[in-house]
Design a protein around this ligand. Structure first.
Ligand code: TYD
Ligand code: MG
Length: 458
């Protein structure tokens, strides 16, 4: 804090992406390496809301581990099994959950549905919105349908008032939509700034832990620097979920990024309908719907998210380049990985892509970067290049190494069973994985050692 004067207001620069603090402006954030994210905010006066709140509380006493009752791991179902799985089995009492995502992706919708489900089971729920009016929320609630007697709405952005109401009403579950609209008088910067967002979260966190209220916080992912993104508070909350998906496509994926009460990397799949979000319990079927028949460059692969196998269609298009420099693009997967796999095909399989543009796409707009997708990507590129159709009922997965070898992947049995369940007849898999799925009957398995072998499969 050398730059600040000793008595007057200090000025602090924050990275609006990750919350990195600095006494001077910087072009690139050393924390998250984003450019142009630093914003100037008045520094704290020491009278932060968090500090005030702490002082008011009675002194906490240490408790013996053995004396802590099982009450803490009590879970409440949200009414959506897809969401429960991502949360690790339901809402933990007194936990704080952050739901991030682009504006308009459906965060308010899913939380209102969860509120209705919980209220329908007799829980007292308080939905606090700083973005919409009561009438707007009512309209959305009407679209979703269903009855909810113990669901209370509040349009408020002043955190001191919100705190008072929560303390009086003591709801079981509380929703804050969104944290970027909340305003704390003790902090001099504008709503949505890094210090406001942090302070507000700290106050809510203490309310949640102190009163045993489960709190959902909505955080918009923003591109411009003025509003702090949800990453700023990831470390403070118990669970971080991100809502992903193309705003124009109807399905949405809820991904766990951090979870103090369960595993991460679990996903939940939803579909946006006219009457709100509907969970998709059979996502493989959903992802493969609308698949072209008899088209070259299309291969089905199997990715695993958490414990859940997911069949996906990889599409590749290899077309003669119009310019001297061939183009490569990757939609839904890692661009550098696609370049690497194209190089492997050139060097190890004699497929000369130097005069061809190569486009790779994971159908459905989903994003996956698992190494097990490698074999599918190389087979799709080769299929498009040679213009040879890969059998419709074939699934291929495996990691591809730089020498063109196909390497073992995890959870093979899981993947093969998913392919079988959806009526696929052939699985192309790494030879090293064959041992673990000897017992599976009723599906043809083709073990491969190299990419060269795999692209000859017809
Ligand atoms: P919303 O939950 O308001 O997004 P967020 O809170 O993440 O900003 O979602 C708004 C979008 O969802 C909007 O584009 C309309 C669409 N939608 C439906 O398609 N069906 C519905 O029943 C509802 C409530 C919203
Ligand atoms: Mg909203």
């Amino acid at each position: 804090m050398a730059a600040a004067s000793s008595k007057g207001r200090k000025t602090i620069f924050y990275c609006s992406n990750c919350g990195y603090e600095s006494t001077k402006w910087m072009g690139q954030c050393p924390g998250c390496h984003e450019w142009n994210t630093f914003v100037e905010e008045p520094g704290g006066t020491g009278r932060t809301a968090q500090g005030q709140f702490r002082r008011k509380k009675t002194l906490a006493r240490p408790v013996r581990l053995a004396d802590v009752t099982a009450e803490t791991n009590e879970r409440t179902s949200t009414g959506f099994s897809e969401l429960d799985r991502v949360l690790g089995g339901g809402i933990v009492t007194g936990s704080m959950m952050l739901i991030g995502g682009d504006p308009g992706i459906g965060k308010s919708t899913i939380l209102l549905q969860v509120c209705k489900n919980l209220a329908g089971r007799g829980k007292t729920v308080l939905y606090i919105s700083g973005e919409e009016s009561l009438a707007q929320i009512r309209m959305r609630a009407d679209r979703i349908g269903g009855q909810a007697d113990s669901l209370y709405l509040l349009c408020e952005t002043n955190l001191a008032d919100i705190r008072q109401i929560i303390e009086e009403q003591k709801p079981d579950v509380c929703v804050i939509d969104s944290i970027q609209t909340m305003y704390n008088e003790e902090v001099s910067s504008a709503p949505g700034s890094v210090s406001q967002v942090r302070e507000s979260t700290a106050v809510l966190l203490m309310l949640a832990k102190g009163l045993g209220i489960s709190v959902f916080i909505v955080g918009h992912v923003t591109k411009e620097g003025a509003v702090a993104g949800p990453r700023v508070l990831e470390h403070m909350v118990d669970t971080v979920l991100y809502f992903e998906g193309d705003r124009h496509a109807s399905y949405r994926i809820l991904r766990g990024v951090k979870n103090r009460f369960g595993s991460t990397n679990e996903i939940g799949v939803f579909e946006m309908r006219g009457s709100g979000l509907v969970q998709v319990e059979n996502p493989s079927e959903y992802m493969l719907s609308g698949r072209p028949v008899d088209a070259s460059g299309s291969v089905v692969t199997c990715a695993v998210e958490g414990s859940r196998p997911l069949l996906l269609e990889i599409q590749a298009l290899v077309a003669r380049t119009g310019f001297g420099m061939p183009r490569r693009t990757a939609a839904g997967t890692d661009y550098n990985r696609v370049n690497l796999l194209a190089a492997v095909l050139e060097k190890r399989c004699g497929i000369d892509l130097s005069n061809y543009d190569t486009y790779v796409n994971i159908a459905g707009g989903i994003r996956m970067t698992e190494p097990a997708l490698d074999l599918g990507i190389t087979m799709a590129i080769a299929s498009s290049y040679q213009d040879i159709v890969i059998p419709e009922k074939l699934v291929a997965f495996g990691e591809v190494g730089l020498s063109g070898e196909v390497r073992a992947v995890s959870q093979v049995e899981n993947r093969v069973m998913e392919a079988k369940r959806l009526g696929f007849e052939t699985v192309v898999l790494p030879k090293a994985n064959m041992k673990s799925c000897k017992s599976i009957q009723g599906i043809r398995m083709i073990p491969v050692e190299t990419v060269r072998e795999a692209i000859l499969i017809r």
